[in-house]
Design a protein around this ligand. Structure first.
Ligand code: ZN
Length: 153
């Protein structure tokens, strides 16, 4: 188990674009494992590599307990509907806000074996896909707020 340090808003790295993974090396596999441990410890439902200071297109998501999705070079290939729900981010602790997201998305990515996988997500899972993939392009949920940001003490 290895926990990685999560960077916070204000760190310019969060605004950078992550590079695609061209080869799934042992380092990438280690990164996936460490990101999953880090996400669990932080009680998050998703984490992008940039949030632990690695500018690679790698994401882990766990919306359903015990069911971790590992996505390498993920891409949203279709989306439908709309939802406005409250969202937060491990890089913006204690901040929450309503965002506008698609109701459902289909995501294509590589798994840790380099195989192409496709997932369909609705509601919370759709939000998680959009949120984490946005991170890879230097975007934060505060960029798609529909209301104002809420602070929690
Ligand atoms: Zn986030």
């Amino acid at each position: 188990m290895a926990y990685l340090k999560i960077i916070h808003e204000g760190d310019p790295m969060l605004r950078q674009t992550s590079r695609p993974v061209t080869e799934i090396t042992p380092r990438i596999l280690q990164l996936l494992d460490d990101m999953t441990d880090t996400m669990h410890r932080a009680n998050g439902c998703g984490l992008a590599a940039v949030q632990v200071g690695v500018l690679r297109r790698v994401v882990v998501i766990e919306v359903e307990e015990g069911k971790t999705l590992e996505l390498i070079n993920p891409k949203i290939v279709s989306w439908s509907g709309e939802q406005c729900e409250v969202e937060g981010c491990l890089s913006l602790p204690k901040k929450w806000g309503k965002t506008r997201r698609p109701k459902a998305v289909v995501v294509r990515a590589l798994n840790r074996r380099g195989e192409e996988v496709e997932y369909r997500g609705e509601d919370l899972l759709a939000r998680a896909f959009c949120h984490e993939i946005d991170h890879l392009d230097g975007k934060l949920f505060t960029d798609v707020l529909v209301g104002k940001l809420e602070y929690e003490d």
